[in-house]
Write a protein that binds this ligand. Structure first.
Ligand SMILES: NC(=O)c1ccc[n+]([C@@H]2O[C@H](COP(=O)([O-])OP(=O)(O)OC[C@H]3O[C@@H](n4cnc5c(N)ncnc54)[C@H](OP(=O)(O)O)[C@@H]3O)[C@@H](O)[C@H]2O)c1
Length: 281
């Protein structure tokens, strides 16, 4: 049985490869990277490396030859993502891959989340392809809050405009382990996994941060305009601040309020608490 993880240079994919080694022999693991220069670190680990770019379908068809199960981690290139993902799904089919785990978004088929359209399309292409699949619909990474959490540790109030909106944060490491378990077939078999941690508001995240850093964290629930200004004042480039506020609106509108115990079931344990991550920032 051969297992392949796409774009192993990515943070989630790299962590998934590390976990996959606990479930299947290293000699059965293949990874793709975009160029020869990126192959070295993986070859040193004894992994077979193949070169493939999501924009080059033929490279993907070649890379997927002889592979049974693939972890397809969504691309971070939003401008061309739909085309990239279409290429991947076509290549999976042409190469005769049996099973794909695709890292998707919460409630992807019905969500109006800013990032949902690409995931909805990719899921549909996979469903139409006839491949066996598992959609690892990752809720939000706690790591997405790194900028604000660092600012808070430096004395800023925990500022948000998402109101009482709730998010099922979990650490990337847990999502990565879950993806590896689904790929290896050591997780309960489902077609859709809504993966995430406990549902919390920003106020609750601030309380978790307070406990982690050992002092009361002040919070500021503000308007979208005030939120953008606060981020820019803290040093975030205006474009990034504008992108962040779109997510705040989505959270306020309940688009990440997708509670599920799928992540705990897949991991076979409670999700990792956030204290250590916050303390280490
Ligand atoms: N749930 C969430 O909170 C959340 C937050 C952010 C992102 N995401 C999604 O989750 C994915 C994984 O997260 P991450 O933190 O691991 O992202 P990441 O570290 O930015 O990794 C993204 C990967 O996409 C690869 N990629 C980009 N264009 C490609 C192409 N044309 N062909 C092949 N590979 C290509 C990159 O390859 P190179 O290393 O060669 O550039 C990189 O390996 C992201 O890509 C995004 O779709 C989810």
């Amino acid at each position: 049985m051969k297992y392949l993880v796409t774009s192993a240079t990515g943070d989630l994919a790299g962590r998934a490869v590390k976990h996959l080694k606990n479930f299947v022999p290293v000699s059965d693991i293949v990874v793709t990277v975009r160029s020869e220069e990126k192959a070295g670190t993986f070859r040193k680990q004894g992994l077979e490396v193949r070169i493939a770019d999501f924009l080059d379908k033929e490279s993907l068809v070649k890379a997927f030859q002889g592979i049974n199960r693939v972890l397809f981690v969504s691309s971070n290139d939003l401008a061309t993502r739909k085309q990239q993902h279409q290429n991947v799904v076509e290549a999976l089919k042409e190469a005769g891959v049996e099973f794909v785990v695709y890292t998707s978004a919460p409630n992807a088929q019905n969500s109006t989340l800013i990032v949902a359209p690409d995931h909805k399309l990719t899921e549909q292409l996979i469903m139409e392809s006839g491949l066996d699949y598992g959609f690892a619909r990752n809720n939000w990474y706690l790591e997405n809050e790194t900028f604000m959490l660092k600012a808070v540790k430096n004395g800023a109030p925990f500022t948000y405009s998402a109101g009482e909106g709730r998010v099922c944060y979990a650490l990337k490491e847990d999502y990565a382990e879950a993806a590896a378990r689904i790929l290896a077939g050591v997780a309960p078999k489902q077609t859709i996994y809504e993966l995430g941690g406990e549902l919390i508001t920003y106020e609750q995240l601030a309380q978790i941060a307070s406990k982690a850093i050992g002092r009361e964290v002040e919070t500021a629930s503000v308007s979208d305009e005030e939120y953008v200004k606060a981020l820019v004042d803290l040093g975030l480039p205006p474009e990034a601040a504008q992108s962040s506020v779109i997510v705040q609106k989505d959270i306020r509108n309940g688009l990440l309020d997708v509670p599920s115990d799928d992540l705990e079931k897949v991991l076979g344990r409670k999700t990792t608490p956030f204290d250590e991550f916050i303390r280490a920032l």
